[in-house]
Write a protein that binds this ligand. Sequence first.
Ligand code: GLA
Ligand code: ZN
Length: 687
Amino acid sequence: MQAIEQFAPGVILHGGDYNPDQWLDRPDTLEDDIRFMKEAHINEATLGVFAWSMEEPEEGRYDLDWLEKTVDRLYENGIRTILATPTGAMPHWLTEKYPEVMKVDEHGIRRMHGQRHNFCPSSPVLRRKMQGINEALARRLGKHPGVIAWHLSNEYGGDSDAQTFIGCHCPYCEAAFRTYLKERYGTLEKLNRAWWAGFWSNRFTSWEQIHCPGEGSEHTMHGIKLDYRRFVSARMLDFARAERDAVRKYSDRPVCTNMMGTFDPLDYFKWAGELDFVSVDCYPQWHIQEDDTKMAQWASLYYALTRSLKRMPFLLMESVVSSVNWTPRNIIKRPGMHMLSSLQAIANGADSVQYFQWRASRGSSEKFHGAVISQLNGNNTRVFREVKALGERLEKLAPRVLGTVNRPQAAILYDWENIWAVNDAQALVNPFDFNKRFLTYYGAFWDRGIDTDLIDMDSDLTPYRLVFAPFNYMYRKGWVEKVRRFVENGGVFVTTCWSGIVDENDLCFLQVHPLADLLGIRPEEYDVSAPYMQNTIDWGEDHFLVKDVCGVIHAEGAEVLAVYGKNYYAGSPALTIHGYGKGKALYAAAEGREDFIGKLLDEALREAGVKCPIEMEPVHGVTVSCRQGDGRKLAFVQNFNNRMVEVFFRKPYQNAESGERVEGAICLEAYQCLILEETQRKTESLG
Ligand code: GLA
Ligand code: ZN
């Protein structure tokens, strides 16, 4: 990661949120912290995430001495600082004097002070106060040799009290929404057409008639909701940009914010372009089921998405060493899982392992959240020893890992606007739950040890040989042409039922499916299966059970690979393939389950010539991720099973850490991560 490597060369960051401000009256504790950090190979601390009331105890009076002293002390001890701006939680003096900084909910009620992540992103006062504290921080510490990066606010939009929409409904935000719409449509006539506003008498005759949609107001009209979602993401980004510009005034350090992977309200592809690098917080619920495979797939998806935002390494800004405290059942990580789950992030492109948090608080709401140092026993804990073992391993791995990143040949479409629209479509299955369906597609790649990027419709398709677009309901401007070029030039494109239904305004396409000729099909109806129907997808000798959606289509040029087994459309196409230019397009009219999607992926991989970079037999719960760069390739073979499994390597490899030769049948311990490279450091066939 160029941006941050400049300030932290040669290290995989290992650290996390550190809140010494909670312990200023306990110098002994602060002494212990430094000692324990060094012992655990911690080389980074994230400071000031929620420290506004300490940094500016009264309006306009900044007290940053304690902070500077902490940065100094950490730096003297070889520990770098990532410095946060404190807007994640507002001080009382601010909300008391200027209630307008608090956001207004979708029922028109202004929030009272409390919790966090609940400011109005449009409030001029808040923006001024933010600028004041951010500039003060940047002036004081923005060039400190110990400060390597900026962490803007915290999990923007992550308001746990938010209902349908996270946006603010105050007059400033409503005005900003109208301005946004004016810029997008120019005239009310165009807006009315785009929103199909005549329906239910919604034709607007003045801009003032438009309000932010929500539970308490208009919330059935797709067009306004879609634009509002776009606006909410853009508005929050506008605030983040203002934060970024405030620190950049006095500091040259790279800027990120901690994202939340698939967090629905923020279109992170649009955010990534405004940040120097990206980072993510990831909290899988390990061991909630006996088989951790699904959870591992989910975490991998999170990392792959984060990496894909800039197609470069990212930071794992927050994770937990044992258990969180906010799920219904908070199970602690079993021995070995911390090592594996942390290396999973590295395997997927992270250049750090960071925690929330270093030291558990003594009081308040997160005191029972996992931390490296908990209230009892100091460094004499199992958790501490596991963190230390990880720190040692990361230190040794750093020279091999840094400068590499995953370079997948396959991508899956994960486009926020498509997700907003398809989840809001009111059709077929309600709620549609795109993410849950999506995980099955991602999981099929994961099972086969094939790295995949997640892309949106603005992404460049040229790095890929295979693009999957499940439930690609919306075709945004430019997408159809891009897919055409991709397939013409030899790419393999796989899409499914309930694709190509609406344009970027959520208006249905008329007469002809926009990719009908490329797919060689004509879709006609969309049915939904019920469990008693037991419809099947008959593909050669295999009969797969249908999941939910059944597209009834006609093959018009495409070859039929599979047909429906039952219903009035028995015998009609359930899966087709069609040559177009130098490439191929597959259309799965039927929504299958894991088994069908697995076979579909195998077919597509064969067509595209994409393989797992390691020649091994697939084993349940075991996956491979591969990082490469500067002529180096490293493959992380990860066993998420809670028991030993045998894997079989068809070619000899070298253990990148021990130098041992690895070939044939090998036992992987429960939660083991084996890091392999080509024998004799030759690289031509890995990947
Ligand atoms: C989020 C926040 C942290 C903390 C953790 C707890 O990721 O950013 O401040 O609350 O959750 O898991
Ligand atoms: Zn507002």
